[in-house]
Structures are given as structure tokens and as C-alpha cells.
Design a protein around this ligand. Structure first.
Ligand SMILES: [Zn+2]
Length: 397
């Protein structure tokens, strides 16, 4: 840890740049106390590690068990200095005795009180959720920043994201969903933006790099850009994914396959209109081609031109599929007030842009034409060609 109290109750914060000589003199004449457990701690001034305080071997303090790594100490120190330089009121290792939680940094910005956690080790889901909800219930805005070490970019625009990664997903004030990360070695913030999953784990995304030297807090809290998926890449990855998925379907997807079969559909012959990217699909863990197929079966397949689709239809399909666990929602501890049904409404809005539907008032769509189901590979390829040609700038812009 980087902060301790002296016997006279003064705080010594090693997040500030002290010279080793100064600290050696201080060490000779002061005794340092852990602000949490009040035990004596030792000021470590080694040449290889960052200066820090350490509990004695037999300490029972929870701090002791956390075993901070160099990366963690260095990361929070850099972020703390970065906030200080921007004149943002902040406290390193702020211990809130009421909730018995100690964010790495507490800072105040635009009337909000933030609890920043720079997370280097993995943390069990339930601990992550508990800490986050305690912050929220006690007037803090949590800001979980992941160590960049955890980011696994598969390609320039592709990234693998696990449940652990998604715990870091947060919303800017204008509703942009992103994951903030930081690398102390490169002194670089990294934001995973415009996350558009096509499978449970894999997603299209844009990774922005912002040097701590030039980045301001606002850019980290309020990323503004939208980065769109390239149409070609999306279609290619989606096809590859569905193909592999259908070759080796997992047992839990048997009901889906059965239903697809009963509807006279075939996962190898899905129309290009099923499996499209929409902004809020990140709220749903089930791959988009599956939940869009369910939506197709429930609200679109049996409707003829001029028939209506209402929000109630969408909602009852959504509720039914979620209750049966055929659609699984993501567990996102930092996201609230966002209903995953948005993704489905957005999907219908895409179909509206593609002229399959027409808006007939608030959340009422009128069917214009039916989505044609290809009966052979040749038909599917033809349909795809036409689809790509006609809709270039409609979905992917
Ligand atoms: Zn302690």
C-alpha cells in the first residue's frame, strides 16, 4: 500500500514524488500505522520495487492478504498523479470505514464522487458485484479500470471478452458502452469501444489508446466516437461463426435447433437479414443470430404484409425466451437502467431501414414484405449478394 498514518495522525502518501533520502530520514524518526487496522507498518525503500508500506508478517489486516503487485502499485500511483495534475480532488487508497471498502483512488468530479479501482488480478464475480453495488448504494460512481494485460485482441478489430471483462463495462453519460483499461508500463489508457459481439466471447470492437501524458479525465469518462464495423468483416466472421457453430452444436442449443427445424429453417441457410449488428446486443450474451432467429420465429415469420408488430409482441417474445433461458442476458454490474429489449427494438429498426417494416407510430411496425428463406446454398449466396449490394450504407455506417 502507498498510504500510512504517522503517530501524530498525519497521512504520508507515497503517490506523491518523494526522494528516497527524504523518506529515509522520515523512516528514522517516525512510526507508521495502517489506516485500516491501526497496526504498525514498515516503509520499504528498496531499489527494485516501488516505495511502499508493508504489514508485518503476522498481520491479520486484509490489506496484507491482497499482495499487491508492482503493476498495481505503479498503476494507481500513475493514475493518482495524473488526477492531481488536473487539479481533481483525489485521495489515494481512500478507506471508507462505513462501508469498509477502500477504492484505489477516490476522486470528485462534476459533483460526483468516484471510486476508482485499478484491477490487475482477476476477481471472483460475486466480489466484483458486491463491491460495485456497495459503491452504488453509498453514493459512489464506480470506475473499474482493468489492467491492459487482460485484453486479448484477436485482430485489429476483433477482441475476446469474458464475463470478467464485461464486469468492467460502463456507460458514459450519453450512453456509450465501453471498457476502460490502463497499462502502467506504456503509460497508456486503452478504451474498448463500440463493442459489437457476434458470439458469446468474440466481438468486434475499437481499441483506442490514450497516453496518460495528454489524456484528460473527461476523455476517459466520456468517450464520444462511434466506430462502425466493416460490412465485409462482419458478414465474413458471422458466416464463419455460424458455420462452425452449426457443425458442432452444443447440447444446450438442442431446443434452438429443434425449433429452427420445426419452422422449416436451417442454420446453414439463414437469410442474410438474420445475424445483424445492433448497438445494444452487448447486453445479451446469447449470440445475435440466435436471438434474432427467435425474434424472427416469434414476431416476423407468421406475419403477412400490412400486418402489425407492436412492442407487446416484442416484449412477450423476449420474456418467454428469457424465462426459458433460451436467451441469456449478460451480468453487467455497472450497467443499470438499460433494458436488453432495446437490442430487439434496434433490430426491428434495422429491418425498417431495410424496408421490411414500416414505422406506424410509437413502437408499432407494419410488415412491408416477408424475409425470404433460402432453400439452397445457391439461393443463399444470391440473396447475400443482393443484400450486400443494396444495403452497403444502411446498416454499417
Ligand atoms: Zn492494516
Amino acid at each position: 500500500m502507498l498510504t500510512a498514518l504517522t503517530k501524530t495522525g498525519k497521512m504520508l502518501c507515497l503517490g506523491l514524488n518523494y526522494r528516497k533520502e527524504t523518506l529515509m530520514i522520515l523512516r528514522d524518526k517516525e512510526e507508521f500505522i495502517c489506516p485500516i487496522c491501526q497496526e504498525t507498518v514498515i516503509l520499504k525503500l528498496g531499489d527494485h520495487r516501488i516505495f511502499h508500506f508493508a504489514h508485518k508478517q503476522d498481520s491479520n489486516c486484509r490489506e496484507f492478504y491482497e499482495r499487491e503487485t508492482y503493476e498495481h502499485l505503479e498503476g494507481k500511483r500513475q493514475i493518482f498523479q495524473w488526477l492531481t495534475q488536473q487539479n481533481i480532488p483525489c485521495v489515494l487508497e481512500y478507506y471508507d470505514r462505513t462501508i469498509q471498502q477502500r477504492p484505489d483512488i477516490m476522486f470528485k468530479y462534476k459533483g460526483q464522487r468516484f471510486a476508482l479501482e485499478f484491477q490487475c488480478s482477476s476477481l471472483p464475480d460475486n466480489v466484483f458485484r458486491k463491491r460495485t453495488s456497495t459503491y452504488l448504494e453509498n453514493g459512489y460512481t464506480p470506475l473499474w479500470v482493468m489492467s491492459s494485460r487482460h485484453l486479448h485482441q484477436r485482430r485489429n478489430d476483433l477482441i475476446s471478452l469474458s464475463d470478467f471483462h464485461y464486469s468492467f463495462l460502463r456507460s458514459s453519460s450519453n450512453g456509450k458502452l465501453y471498457i476502460p483499461a490502463y497499462c502502467p508500463k506504456k503509460q497508456l489508457f486503452q478504451l474498448v469501444e463500440s463493442i459489437t459481439p457476434f458470439s458469446i466471447k468474440n466481438s468486434f470492437a475499437h481499441l483506442s489508446g490514450l497516453s496518460i501524458q495528454t489524456a484528460e479525465l473527461t476523455t476517459i469518462l466520456e468517450p464520444k466516437n462511434d466506430h462502425c464495423v466493416s460490412q465485409e468483416s462482419w458478414i465474413r466472421e458471422m458466416e464463419k461463426y455460424i458455420f462452425n457453430w452449426a457443425l458442432h452444436p452444443k447440447t444446450e442449443y438442442r431446443p434452438f435447433l429443434q425449433e429452427v427445424y420445426n419452422q422449416g429453417l436451417n442454420t446453414f441457410l439463414l437469410p442474410p437479414e438474420i445475424g445483424l449488428p445492433v448497438t445494444h446486443s452487448v447486453l445479451i450474451q446469447t449470440p445475435p443470430f440466435i436471438w434474432q432467429t427467435y425474434l424472427f420465429i416469434d414476431v416476423l415469420a407468421n406475419k403477412n404484409p400490412r400486418e402489425l408488430i407492436s412492442l407487446r409482441d416484442i416484449n412477450s417474445s423476449y420474456q418467454k425466451r428469457v424465462n426459458r433461458k433460451q436467451i441469456i442476458l449478460r451480468d453487467l454490474p455497472q450497467i443499470h437502467n438499460l433494458n436488453p429489449i432495446y437490442a430487439m427494438i434496434e433490430y426491428l429498426q434495422v429491418l425498417e431501414k431495410l424496408n421490411y417494416l414500416r414505422k406506424k407510430g410509437d413502437m408499432i411496425f407494419e410488415v412491408q414484405k416477408k424475409i425470404l428463406i433460402p432453400r439452397s446454398n445457391r439461393e443463399r449466396e444470391e440473396a447475400k449478394g443482393i443484400f450486400l449490394d443494396q444495403n452497403k450504407n444502411i446498416i454499417f455506417n
